[in-house]
Structure formats: C-alpha cells, structure tokens
Design a protein around this ligand. Structure first.
Ligand code: R7I
Ligand code: MG
Ligand code: MG
Ligand code: MG
Length: 356
C-alpha cells in the first residue's frame, strides 16, 4: 500500500478547518437556502475587475471567519499527539480542559463543559471518570468525540490502532458507545481517505465491515437498546448510504430523515460520510467550478442543523482524499489560524512517517 503524501495531511486539516469556519456561520439554522450560501461564498472570493480605491488587486472584501470548539479540540488532539509522539490520555485531557479555560466561548456543547470543569479540579485522578458521569452515568452520545478525531488516523497507520485510540480519545468526554463509536467511524473514514484511490463502493464496504465488528460488543448493543435503537445503528446507516448512492438523485428531505443533521454522533457522522461520497459526482445545484472538496462542504452546510460539525468531519475526509490542491487560497485565507493548520499538518506528516 502506498504511503500517503504530505498534501493529504495538509488537505485533511485545511478541509476540517474550512468546514468548521464556514459551517459555523450557518450552525443551528434548520434551513439553509443554497442561493444564500452560494452568495455568502462569492463574498470570500477575490473581486473581479479593477480594484476599488485603497483595495489591492484581486483582494476580497473578507473578514476572518472564526473557528469553533470543533477546531479548538482538534488542535488539542494534534498538539498532544505531537508532544507525546503517541496517545496519552492524561496529557490530552489536560489540553482539552486548559484550552476550554483559556477560551470558553468557542461554542462548546452544553454538557461537555462539566467534564472540563471536573478535569480542571486537582481532585480528579481518573481522566475518564468525568465523562462516565455525564447524563446520569449513561455518558454523552454527542458528536464531540468524532468532530476532533482526525489526528488519530494522521498518527497511526494501522487500522486496529486507529480504532483503539479513536475510542480512547473520544472516551475522555463521550462515554456512551453511540458517542465514541461515531468517533471510531469518523477516524476510519479519514484513515481510508488517506489511502486515496478507493472507489465509493470499496470505501463503504470497508467501513461497514469494520463497524459491524465495532458495534457487536456488549456495551454497544446495550447502549443502543437503552436508547431505543435497533442493533448496529451506525452499520445500518452505512447500508442506507449505499442505497442512496445507487439512486440517481436523493432529496434533501430523505437525507435528513434517514441520516439527520443533528448533534448526536449517530445523526451527523453518517451524514458527513454520505456527503463526501455523494460529492464525488457533480451536483446539478452546485456550480461546476467548485472542486469536489468545496462541493462537499457546500453540500453539508446546505443540509442545515449542526453545519460546522458535519462540514468539519466531511472536510477532513475529503481533504485527506483529494489533498490540498482542491482548496483555493481565498477560502483558506478567510479562516482564522489557517497557517497554524498547515504547520500542524506538516508536523503530523513527520510524526506519521517516523512511526511507520
Ligand atoms: O458532543 P459535544 O462535544 O457537542 C458537540 C457539538 C458540536 O455541534 C459543536 O460544534 C458544538 O456546538 O457542540 O458536547 P455534549 O454536551 O457532550 O453533547 C452535545 C449535546 O448532545 C448535549 O448538550 C445534549 O443536548 C445532547 N446529548 C444528549 N442528550 C440527552 N441524553 C448528548 N448526549 C446526550 C444524552 O445522553
Ligand atoms: Mg462547533
Ligand atoms: Mg456550537
Ligand atoms: Mg457543531
């Protein structure tokens, strides 16, 4: 199997950052009208024609788009892996909590902030305990474990390591299997995307076969049943994606009904994966000059709901698959801290190669 090049690492982190920054503008809107989204995006592009007075040629009337908790936590994951050269739960937990303390207004989930507060207490001596206490001991099933997980497949090339450390990294905040299994699925998607060249069908089949294994353990079965879901809920949604991809067109309403656009991992990680796979093909509603990666982010945001998180997850997958070439400078430069993302990507590439 060929080793992925550095452009995939840069693409992955830039795609994730773009999805978060662009998606955050629309987060929580139940309906996003595509013409409004496209008009917003045109505002990021350099203005055609002669520059106006005081404006550099080709510059855009842009303001910097801020990143949210999705990127703040992703960066803590990356920085911990780079400092420790492997997964270290105590170091990662500390970075999550310190980052929250430093910038608490990045849009964190309502419940997860209680985990950070407990982690900051000197009385905490098991970093997994605060997450286990969430939601009366059932643990969170939010998508926070999945939204930040890309650093794991950028560190570990072995698929069993990807599963193991995606789970552990998510369990620092998300003890419900419907939360951490979403993180495993997202990590596997980035892992496969990094290999590139895979067809839609192979990509999905591999995800289904891994998730049927992941979801077959006792805790996954118990947690799914306790919430009233059928067995193997992620695997089932991956099979629904397979059905969708066989149709010539799928209405947005069907995507929202079957896959969702919510803050639960189960209602957002499969949606991100579907968006990536669907946007391998042209979309009659999205202008053809956009790259596949841009189309993926545009499509995710057009679904409404948890747009920053669905777009950051799909952006990480698409960026790993297509590489940095599909990201226009005008989009990158409109995001807060895009240069840091490039530096982190180069350091991650170095770590990945060193560990091979
Ligand atoms: O999962 P988490 O980090 O939130 C991530 C989301 C992303 O959209 C970010 O962009 C940011 O906006 O937040 O944070 P949690 O607080 O663990 O979970 C998010 C929400 O999911 C919670 O505030 C609850 O509304 C819901 N949730 C649950 N509700 C009932 N019972 C998660 N788990 C449960 C549960 O067990
Ligand atoms: Mg967010
Ligand atoms: Mg938010
Ligand atoms: Mg969100």
């Amino acid at each position: 199997r060929p080793r992925p090049g550095p452009g995939r690492f840069r693409g992955c982190l830039a795609g994730a950052l773009l999805g978060d920054c662009l998606g955050a503008v629309f987060e929580g809107r139940s309906v996003v009208k595509l013409p409004d989204l496209l008009s917003f995006l045109r505002g990021l592009e350099p203005a055609p024609g002669p520059p106006e007075e005081g404006e550099a040629a080709g510059s855009a009337r842009r303001e910097t788009l801020s990143y949210t908790d999705d990127t703040a936590m992703s960066r803590s994951v990356l920085q911990s892996l780079l400092a420790k050269r492997e997964f270290d739960e105590v170091d990662m937990a500390k970075r999550f909590a310190e980052e929250y303390k430093k910038e608490p207004n990045r849009g964190y989930g309502m419940a997860v902030v209680n985990v950070f507060k407990k982690l900051l207490s000197p009385k905490c001596n098991d970093v997994f305990e605060p997450a286990r206490a969430q939601f009366n001991g059932k643990g969170s099933y939010g998508n926070g474990g999945a939204m930040r997980v890309a650093g794991i497949p950028l560190t570990y090339s072995d698929v069993q390591d990807v599963k193991k450390f995606a789970k552990l990294s998510a369990e620092l905040t998300h003890a419900n299997s419907l939360g951490y299994n979403g993180a495993i699925l997202q990590a596997l998607a980035v892992h496969l995307a990094l290999q590139g060249e895979l067809s839609k069908e192979t990509f999905l089949e591999q995800l289904i076969s891994h998730m049927e294994d992941v979801e077959a353990d006792d805790k996954s079965l118990t947690d799914a049943r306790a919430l009233g879901f059928e067995d193997l809920p992620f695997s089932r949604r991956l099979k629904k994606i397979k059905e969708f991809l066989e149709l010539s067109s799928v209405p947005k309403a069907d995507v929202l009904f079957e896959l969702g656009n919510g803050i639960a991992a189960l209602r957002s990680v499969p949606t991100a994966i579907y968006s990536f796979l669907r946007c391998m093909e042209a979309d009659p509603d999205i202008p053809a000059h956009y790259s596949n990666l841009q189309r993926t982010i545009i499509y995710c945001i057009s679904l409404g709901g948890d747009t920053d998180t669905i777009a950051t997850m799909a952006g990480a997958i698409a960026g790993a698959y297509y590489g940095e070439e599909q990201i226009p400078p005008s989009w990158e430069q409109s995001c807060e801290a895009f240069q840091e993302a490039q530096k982190l990507a180069d350091s991650m590439y170095e770590l990945y190669c060193q560990r091979l």
